[in-house]
Every structure is written in C-alpha cells, then in structure tokens.
Design a protein. Structure first.
Length: 297
C-alpha cells in the first residue's frame, strides 16, 4: 500500500515548496475525486504535508493525521443532491473515502462536488462525464522487449479518431491485486491527435521515482521498469477525460519527470482546477480490458 503514496505525496510535497519557511509549514486541503460513467463517486480528502527546512521528518506511521475524516461531502447532478458517507476502505490509499451507492455517474451529466469542513468556506467543484463515442479499446497485445528475455511491452489498440481532439489517460492494475486504486501508466496522458497508428504503449504504474540505469538493473534496488514480465495479469483502464483534466495530468507528469533531475528542480506549482484548492474533481468515461502474459517456460 505504500506505493499508493506517490500520486498524493509528490503533489503535496512539490506544491508546498515556497521561498520562506513560514509558507512551507502551512497546510491546506487536498481533494482527489472522480465519478465514472456507470460508477459511484469516490472522494478522498487529505491535508498537504508541510515541507520542513530543518531535520524534522514525517513518519509514514503518522500519515493518518493528514486524512480528513469528518467533512460533509455532497454531490449534485442538478436534480438531486446526495450526501456521501465517509468510511474506511482498504482498496484505496489513503484507506478512507467518501462515497455513496445512491448516485451513479451518467455520460453527459454535470456533477457538482461540495465539501463542508468546520468553519472553512465550502469547497465547490464541477465536472462533466464525457459522452461515450464507441469502443475505446479494441484489444490488448504484448511484444517481447528486444533487450530482455523476460520483459514485455503491452499495447492497447484503439480506433480513436484524431479529430476533433479528445483527451485520455491510462491506468493499470498489475497482477489484479485487490486494490481499486489503479496506478497511472507512466506517460499515459494523451490527446487523440498524438496517437500513432491506433496503438498506445501501456506502461507499468510508476510506484517508485528511482529509474533503472541499465536493463539488467530492472527490479533491483527498487528501480522502476515500464515493462511487464512473465505471468503478469494486467487490468488496463482507459479513461476519456476533458481538456481541464488533461492539462492537470500533463502538468503532473511534467513535474514528476522534472522532480527526478536534481540539476533542474521544478519550481512551478500544480494547476488548481478547483479554485485555491490542490487536487481534482473529474468525470471519466472509462473502459476496462484484461491481458494475461504467458507463464515463464
């Protein structure tokens, strides 16, 4: 479950960096929420972790103090307003979400998220689930990596038209683990006019920012590989998103890449699609496909 920290902590640590220590110690609310066509809404609320300039450190065992568990969260589709229930759920990280079974997402509808917390002004965000325009994923295939005897590249084959421009993000759940918190595929944010020959590379979710310098080092010392290996069973989720979500995740990927380069540290904050609040509230049109790689001979 520790690997689920990365999407949250990278954003929180990076955006919290300021020029003076006083600002670095401030904490703010972070919203992570989405609703899929046919799915129930999921909202996670946390406090950003302060970046200390001295030797103080935050223990992983104390991360629970940054989870917001006592907010009132509502979602409206324009005709009804539903209050979400906060509950422990080990399928996600952090293992606490706000959700409901009284409201399912529908393509084309706009959903308003409102978060009430203590005496703070309410947090309000809107999103619209994109309309479904045919099948997103035609098939999944794999090919051996030419420089390795044990690794494979997975591909998603699509018939997405380049125009008008639409936007997508790929997630993976390797080995069909019990978590519903899919990892974003590395470099998995794209526009329809960026897809070449109807084929998209599906990479491993990036669970560790340390990259392998040589192909022989993959899997060692927590190094990262974009590839899959013998016996992997991979669930792929391709999400159609709107332009606002695309710009958000594109900035996130750029920041993630720059954060691994000590000589060129990033100093740009993440976009704030929710005014003055870190995080996102997004509507997704999603499609799922499964692929099982061969067992090792």
């Amino acid at each position: 479950m520790i690997r689920r920290l990365l999407p949250i902590l990278l954003i929180l640590l990076l955006v919290a960096c300021q020029d003076d220590e006083e600002n670095s110690l401030q904490s703010s609310c972070v919203v992570e929420g989405w609703i899929e066509d046919g799915g129930f809404p999921i909202v996670k609320l946390t406090q950003s972790m302060p970046v200390y300039t001295d030797r103080r450190r935050t223990s992983l065992n104390s991360l629970d103090q940054y989870v917001i568990k006592w907010a009132r969260v509502t979602i409206s589709d324009g005709s009804q307003t539903v209050t979400l229930t906060g509950k422990m759920d080990g399928d996600y990280f952090p293992p606490y979400v706000y959700t409901t079974t009284s409201l399912r997402g529908k393509a084309g509808r706009t959903y308003t998220l409102t978060v009430y917390r203590d005496d703070e002004p309410p947090i309000i965000a809107q999103t619209t689930i994109p309309e479904k325009k045919g099948t997103l994923i035609d098939s999944l295939t794999f090919e051996p990596v030419s420089t390795s005897d044990t690794l494979f590249q997975v591909f998603a084959h699509v018939t997405i038209q380049p125009q008008p421009v639409t936007y997508y993000r790929i997630y993976v759940n390797p080995d069909l683990n019990s978590s519903q918190d899919f990892l974003p595929s590395l470099l998995g944010v794209m526009r329809s006019d960026m897809i070449s020959n109807g084929r998209i590379s599906v990479n491993q979710g990036r669970a560790n920012i340390r990259l392998a310098e040589n192909i022989e080092d993959i899997g060692k010392n927590n190094s990262y590989s974009p590839y899959f290996t013998y016996g992997d069973t991979v669930m792929v989720r391709l999400c159609q998103i709107d332009s606002t979500a695309y710009e958000y995740w594109r900035s996130y990927e750029d920041m993630l890449s720059l954060s691994t380069t000590p000589l060129f540290p990033t100093t740009v904050n993440m976009p704030m699609p929710i005014p003055n609040i870190y995080g996102f509230w997004q509507g997704w049109q999603s499609e799922y496909r499964l692929i099982a790689l061969p067992k090792k001979p």
